[in-house]
Design a protein around this ligand. Structure first.
Ligand SMILES: *Cc1c(COP(=O)(O)O)cnc(C)c1O
Length: 395
């Protein structure tokens, strides 16, 4: 006789599967987080100081760079990196059409023109051939976005940037701990930008970000710009009008508690993604390829599915919460219309085809095996009644 199925005491078998649940990560570290907060209140020094310096040192060491500068958020990190490189009015900056809008915003904020190019249909990352074709005499930099956690092709982009004398900026906001040929994201270009938005692989308790680089001059320029344009060694002297983009001591303290767990959490994410990949192999869902030279931080578990909106609705009805990254390509966003006043809006076929098919499955390190199985079962059942994609790629 089969044993009776026990009445489940695990509410996680019946409650909705969240897309992301930060509570579970913070429950693991509650004592340490509380102690870090207490220590900060005891000192009551909230801007700069030892907590920020400690985190900057640890983050540079983690990334394998000489310098890290904590800043207010990931968008500011990109903007400050571009400004420190001297990029501004009259310059063009090449970036992939498949990215979070923040990458575009940062380019526009420094006064440069964003040139959006198409992505590789297998990885959905910046296509080096597209980047090469977009270079003009005004091109000043390329921003490689390590979207979903996988570094973009840094061999090809590095060679391209070197050939044309361009800065290569990494938008590593989704790639904490990812590697390219064994080297960590952040150490692969001229300068790299991180976000510690709470939902990222390493997340703060609010907004936070960092810039990392081996170039001391760039690091000090960013440090100064982030702090009302005042160089570290001349606190009374303002050398550039920029504003306040500092990292809070509170955020730095929380990030220092979480950093030692990042690699373990990334491995747990990778295990979950591997289960998704295996279970979805012959279902009509396609996951972006990870290149042999790359290891991903697995920020998002992205699948391309036919009839995406219907699939998303059916998963929601089955209690599976999902996201879309990103539903509207940057070049088609309302706010970007002005960029193309008097010229054609570019056509980016891979980005545009993918936008209608992308679906991000639940993914965070503490997702249980039972929850992962529920996601798989629901998606497999849903896809069984959906027409497969015409090709096994995004476009
Ligand atoms: C999150 C993110 C940013 C912006 O970071 P914020 O901290 O939210 O400003 C930039 N680029 C990418 C690819 C991101 O995912």
């Amino acid at each position: 006789m089969q044993p009776a199925v026990p009445a489940t005491s695990d509410a996680r078998m019946t409650e909705p599967v969240p897309f992301l649940d930060l509570n579970r990560a913070h429950a693991e570290l509650r004592g340490e987080l509380d102690a870090a907060w207490q220590a900060l209140v005891d000192v009551s020094s909230f801007i700069g100081g030892p907590p920020v310096e400690r985190f900057e040192t640890a983050w540079a060491a983690y990334c394998g760079t000489r310098h890290a500068v904590g800043v207010s958020d990931g968008t500011a990190a990109i903007e400050l990196a571009l400004a420190a490189l001297g990029i501004g009015r009259g310059d063009e900056v090449i970036l992939p059409g498949n990215t979070f809008i923040a990458t575009v915003e940062a380019v526009v904020k420094v006064g440069a023109r964003p040139v959006l190019v198409d992505v590789d249909p297998d990885t959905l990352l910046l296509d080096p051939a597209g980047a090469a074709a977009a270079i003009t005499p005004r091109t000043a930099a390329i921003i490689g976005v390590h979207l979903y956690g996988q570094p973009c092709d840094m061999d090809a982009l590095g060679a391209l940037a070197a050939r044309h004398g361009l800065a290569l900026v990494e938008d590593a906001a989704q790639a904490h701990g990812a590697t390219w040929r064994g080297r960590r994201a952040g150490s692969l270009g001229t300068i790299a930008c991180f976000s510690f938005y709470p939902g990222k692989n390493l997340g703060a308790f609010g907004d936070a970000g960092a810039v990392v680089t081996d170039d001391e001059r760039l690091a000090e320029a960013i440090r100064s710009r982030a702090n009302h344009g005042r160089p570290r060694d001349a606190a009374e002297r303002c050398v550039v009008l920029d504003g306040n983009h500092r990292l809070d001591a509170l955020q730095a303290a929380m990030l220092s508690v979480k950093l030692p767990h990042l690699d373990r959490w990334n491995r747990a994410r990778g295990d979950i993604v591997a289960r998704y990949r295996e279970a979805l192999a012959d279902t009509g869902a396609v996951m972006p390829t990870i290149r042999p030279a790359a290891s991903s931080s697995h920020h998002l578990a992205v699948v391309l599915v036919p009839e995406r909106d219907a699939v998303k609705r059916r998963l929601a009805a089955a209690g599976i919460m999902t996201g879309i990254h990103y539903a509207i390509p940057c070049h088609q966003q309302t706010a970007c219309a002005g960029l193309y006043a008097g010229s054609e809006v570019p056509v980016l076929p891979v980005v545009e085809a993918a936008a209608g098919r992308l679906l991000s499955l639940p993914l965070f390190p503490q997702l249980t095996a039972g929850e992962v199985q529920r996601v798989i079962d629901a998606l497999v059942a849903t896809l069984a009644t959906t027409e497969p994609l015409a090709s096994g790629r995004a476009a």
